[in-house]
Design a protein around this ligand. Structure first.
Ligand code: ADP
Ligand code: MG
Length: 381
């Protein structure tokens, strides 16, 4: 017949598209909780509690004392790409909040059995409003008049109910997934201190189905990295750590081209400062254990594989048997980093990374050599 052949290329329906992209934003339990804690930090909270029911498999919630959400914004809270933090693409160069994509709550709505937000701004406190959303992030239920101090509570039940394979993985590996969430939360417990602004009290608790509560970690809100390390791992940990504070220049690629006469115009080297704590050489932690290494770029927790490798390589030349405990915050111009690389925002693109790593290694070698003279009587290796 003359009937045209059926198109093979067709658009996916909206619901499927939403679920597919949401699965990249919220990869696992730890990224889900991290998104909620980031929202609490962005809202200026000074006290945040993350609660897990049955390791987060049944539900988890994050309670904060931040700004709260104003009634006129209720409808947009969980809509995809709706955010109060960024209004245009050009703002991305100077973004200082953890969130900017407006995808976390909409993704959680698409992936979980239910998402509930209880919130009050200063104007509504001590009365809050309970908000419920459907899987498309639409506000479907609104109950006023619950007791609530200023701040927000987001409760997520039945994570991954709409992605059966991932749900089964979560149920089967509940304790391991919970452990990963705790590890990531300890990085968040260390951040505000890295930024040296106000301290944040972070509490993480576990609740059994029978209602038994146990506190897993708690910081007291003192704005110092050492105080948080002590709160998380005990005061003895501090005895084995020294302050890390180095500054070095990174020649940008543009500056290299300028030096070679390929481009002209103004170029400058970027100054990078790295602050934090690192193990003394005689007392690294364990045999090559790298699970206590925390990296931040401008106070943002991330996993910069090459930077981590550089630290461990240089440390190994001073202590061949152990890996160091590391808390290191890289402070650099916001326009020389790009946080919009992966939907979960864990990967950060650093401008001129190769030059940065080289300069970092040189600076670390010098720093370690001088601190060995100060701290360690018996160098190993
Ligand atoms: P993003 O953080 O990228 O803006 P989210 O989906 O995480 O996107 O959050 C959407 C919006 O909801 C935020 O921009 C913010 O205005 C509001 N919001 C979410 N969580 C909180 C919170 N804990 N306190 C105050 N406002 C919040
Ligand atoms: Mg967010």
């Amino acid at each position: 017949s003359n009937q045209e052949a059926e198109n093979k290329i067709k658009p996916l329906d909206h619901g499927s598209v939403h679920r597919i992209s949401s699965g990249q934003v919220v990869v696992d339990l730890q990224t889900a909780v991290k998104e909620l804690v980031e929202n609490s930090l962005d809202a200026g909270s000074t006290s945040i509690e993350a609660r897990f029911k049955e390791h987060g498999v049944v539900s988890f919630e994050v309670v904060d004392n931040g700004s709260g959400i104003a009634p006129e914004d209720y409808d947009a809270i969980a809509l995809k790409h709706h955010t109060s933090k960024l209004s245009s693409f050009s703002d991305l160069d100077s973004v200082s909040t953890f969130g900017f994509r407006g995808e976390a709550l909409s993704s959680l709505c698409a992936l979980a059995e239910s998402v509930t937000v209880t919130t009050a701004t200063a104007a509504e406190a001590p009365m809050g409003t309970v908000l419920e959303f459907d899987s498309a992030g639409r506000l479907v239920n609104r109950k006023g008049k619950v007791a609530r101090q200023r701040g927000t509570t987001v409760t997520v039940s039945g994570l991954f109910k709409s992605l059966p394979v991932r749900r089964r993985e979560l149920e089967r590996n509940a304790k391991r997934e919970f452990g990963k969430a705790l590890a990531l939360l300890s990085a968040y417990a260390l951040i505000p201190c890295a930024q040296e602004n106000k301290g944040v009290r972070l509490t993480v608790s576990h609740h059994t189905a029978g209602g038994k509560k146990s506190v897993q970690m708690r910081t007291d809100g003192t704005p110092s990295t050492r105080a948080s390390i002590s709160a998380l791992w005990g005061p003895k940990t501090l005895e084995n750590l020294i302050d890390l504070d180095i500054i070095f220049n990174v020649e940008t690629e543009r500056a290299v081209l300028r030096r070679r006469g390929i481009v002209d115009g103004d170029t400058h080297a970027n100054e990078v400062r790295v602050r934090g704590q690192i193990s003394k050489f005689a007392v690294g932690c364990g045999r090559g254990g790298t699970d206590r290494q925390f990296f931040f770029v401008n106070g943002r927790p991330c996993s910069p594989t090459k930077v981590q490798k550089a630290f461990n390589e240089v440390y190994r030349t001073f202590n061949a048997n152990q890996a160091p405990f590391i808390v290191a915050d890289f402070i650099l111009p916001t326009d020389s980093m790009d946080v919009n690389v992966s939907p979960d925002k864990r990967t950060i693109l650093l401008h001129s990374e190769k030059n940065l790593i080289e300069a970092l290694k040189v600076a670390l070698e010098a720093e370690f050599a001088s601190s060995r003279a100060t701290y360690d009587i018996t160098p190993s290796g």
